[in-house]
Design a protein around this ligand. Structure first.
Ligand code: GLU
Ligand code: MG
Length: 479
C-alpha cells in the first residue's frame, strides 16, 4: 500500500495542526458547572437516581469508574473526583507499568462528569452514568485524557469546516454465569443468525432493547451473530465522541441486563480460539454544511476529493491505527483472514474481508446513508482513542489530498500472494508501525502517545509466549 500518510521515523512533528485545539477542551467556569449539575441532580432525583458512576476508559481498553452519591454530583462537577495518573499505565489484568512521562504513584487528577451525557441506567436501578474527563488540579486538560483527545480531534475537523457521524457496532458472546471450571455454557444452541436463538433468548434481548431505548439510544438493529452465543447490536450514529460514549454505555447496559438474567458476557476479541470473534467495527461519514462528502463527488463510487483523501489517510495508517483500535494481544487471534474481521489492508465496496468497507446504501438513501466501516477494530479498543486516531489520520490524508489505491473486489485471501498487504499479525508489528507514526505522535501528544506505547509493549511481552487458549482465557472475561 503506497498511501501511507506517515513520514519514516519520529523526526520533526509534521505541520498538521493536529496537536493543538486545547482551547476546545477548556474546562467551563466552575459556577456554570455547578449550576448545570444542580439542574441535573433535580432531574436525576425525580428519576430515582441515588448515585452516579463516572467512567473513563484506560489505555488497555478497560472501563474504570469512580462513583459519587447523587448529593455529591454538584461537588464533583465543581471540583472533580480524585483519580491517580497511574491509571494511564494500567494493563488489562490490573498490573501497572510505567511510561516515559506518565506513571508512578504520585500526583492527582480531577475526574469531571460530562454533564451533557448523564443518564439514568435502566438496568441498574438507582444508578446513573456519566463519561468522565480528566483535568489537572489547576484546571488544565490532562494530556493523557483519551476523551479530551477525541474532542480535540473533533475540533480539528471543525476547524476545517467538517463534522463526522460515527457509530461503533457492539458484538458479544453470552454465556451462563458459573464457576470458571464449568467452562463455557451457552444459554442457546441456536444456529448463526437463527430465529431459534432469538426465540430462546427473547426476554433477554427484549430487556436489552428496552434498557437501551430508555437510556436515549436509538437501536438500529439487534441480531444473533455467527459464533455460538454471539449477538450484535448497533445504535444510531452520533458525533465521534458521542459514538465512543455510546459504545461504553451499550456494553455496560448489555452486561447489566445479562447479569439480571443470570448470564455473563464477553466482548473480548476471541472467546473461543478458532471461532469468529467479537469485532468493534467503526462506521463513519464525513460532512460539510449538511452534505455527506461520501456522495456526489468524482472519486470512486461517488466519493468527493475530501472523503477520498480522508479514507486514503485512514487506509494507509491502518497498521498503526490497530494499536488504538485493538488494544489487546488477543485482537490478533481474531484478526485473521476469512472471519469477516478485515485482516487485509485494502478497501472495497461492501467487501466484508477488506479492513475498510465502503457502504453506499440503497438507491434513494445514498446521500444520507453512505459511510465507511473500519472492520479491523475490536472492543478492546479505548473507543475515544479509536475515533480520535481515525480522525487524525483521516484529516492528515484529507489535508494532503491523498488518493485511494484501486479497490479490491472479492476475498483477498484468494488473491495472488503479496498482492494485498496483510495487516499486522502480532502486537509487535502494529507497535513498530505506531512508533513510526509522526501523525499519531503529534495528534495524541507525547504523554498520551508514550503511555499507550508503554501499555502495548507491556501486554505484548506479557503474552509473548502464551498459546491462543491461554491468551483467550486470560482476556475472555476482562472485556
Ligand atoms: N464478528 C466479526 C468480527 O470479528 C464480524 C461479523 C460481521 O461482519 O458483522 O469482526
Ligand atoms: Mg457483526
Amino acid at each position: 500500500m503506497s498511501t501511507g500518510t506517515v513520514a519514516a521515523g519520529p523526526a520533526e512533528p509534521p505541520a498538521t495542526g493536529l496537536g493543538g485545539h486545547l482551547g476546545a477542551v477548556a474546562l467551563p467556569p466552575r459556577a456554570e458547572r455547578g449550576e448545570r449539575a444542580e439542574a441535573a441532580t433535580e432531574r436525576l432525583r425525580v428519576a430515582g437516581v441515588e448515585a452516579v458512576a463516572v467512567t473513563w476508559v484506560d489505555n488497555a481498553g478497560i472501563t474504570r469508574v469512580k462513583a459519587v452519591p447523587l448529593g455529591g454530583l454538584v461537588h464533583a462537577a465543581q471540583w472533580g473526583v480524585g483519580t491517580a495518573p497511574c491509571f494511564d499505565v494500567f494493563l488489562a489484568d490490573d498490573t501497572i507499568t510505567t511510561s516515559r512521562i506518565i506513571g508512578g504513584p504520585t500526583g492527582d487528577l480531577r475526574l469531571y462528569p460530562a454533564l451533557d451525557r448523564i443518564v439514568p441506567l435502566a438496568a441498574q436501578p438507582g444508578w446513573a452514568w456519566a463519561p468522565g474527563e480528566r483535568y489537572t488540579q489547576t484546571g488544565d486538560p490532562h494530556p493523557g485524557c483519551q476523551r479530551l483527545f477525541a474532542r480535540r480531534m473533533e475540533a480539528a475537523a471543525a476547524a476545517r469546516g467538517l463534522s463526522l457521524k460515527a457509530g461503533i457496532e457492539v458484538e458479544w458472546v453470552v454465556a451462563r454465569a458459573g464457576a470458571p471450571q464449568e467452562g463455557l455454557r451457552y444459554p442457546t444452541d441456536g444456529p448463526a443468525y437463527g430465529m431459534h436463538r432469538l426465540t430462546d433468548l427473547s426476554d433477554y434481548l427484549g430487556d436489552v432493547l428496552r434498557a437501551l431505548g430508555e437510556q436515549g439510544l436509538t437501536v438500529l438493529q439487534i441480531h444473533p451473530e455467527y459464533s455460538p452465543g454471539q449477538f450484535e447490536v448497533s445504535v444510531a450514529p452520533e458525533g465521534p465522541v458521542g459514538a465512543a460514549d455510546a459504545s461504553v454505555l451499550v456494553r455496560h447496559t448489555v452486561r447489566a441486563v445479562s447479569a439480571r438474567h443470570g448470564l455473563r458476557v464477553s466482548f473480548a476479541p476471541v472467546v473461543e480460539p478458532g471461532a469468529v470473534g467479537n469485532g468493534g467495527h467503526l462506521h463513519l461519514s464525513l460532512w460539510r454544511d449538511g452534505r455527506n462528502l461520501g456522495r456526489g463527488g468524482a472519486g470512486p463510487h461517488g466519493l468527493t476529493v475530501e472523503a477520498e483523501g480522508f479514507l486514503a489517510g485512514v487506509l494507509g495508517a491502518l497498521p498503526e491505527l490497530l494499536v488504538l483500535g485493538s488494544s489487546s494481544p488477543a485482537g490478533y487471534l481474531r484478526l485473521v483472514p476469512s472471519r469477516w474481521a478485515g485482516a487485509y489492508q485494502c478497501w472495497g465496496l461492501e467487501n466484508r474481508e477488506a479492513a475498510l468497507r465502503l457502504i453506499t446504501g440503497s438507491s434513494g438513501e445514498r446521500a444520507t446513508a453512505a459511510n465507511a466501516e473500519v472492520k479491523c477494530f475490536d472492543a478492546t479498543a479505548n473507543p475515544y482513542l479509536a475515533v480520535g486516531a481515525v480522525l487524525a489520520t483521516g484529516l492528515a490524508g484529507l489535508d494532503q489530498r491523498l488518493a485511494l489505491p484501486p479497490e479490491f473486489t472479492g476475498d483477498p485471501a484468494g488473491a495472488a500472494p503479496g498482492t494485498v498487504p496483510r495487516l499486522p499479525a502480532s502486537p509487535a508489528e502494529a507497535i513498530a508501525a505506531y512508533e513510526k507514526s509522526a501523525v499519531l505522535r503529534e495528534a495524541l501528544g507525547e504523554p498520551l502517545y508514550e503511555a499507550v506505547l508503554a501499555v502495548r509493549r507491556a501486554e505484548s511481552e506479557q503474552y509473548a509466549a502464551a498459546t491462543p487458549e491461554q491468551l483467550a482465557a486470560a482476556t475472555r472475561w476482562r472485556y
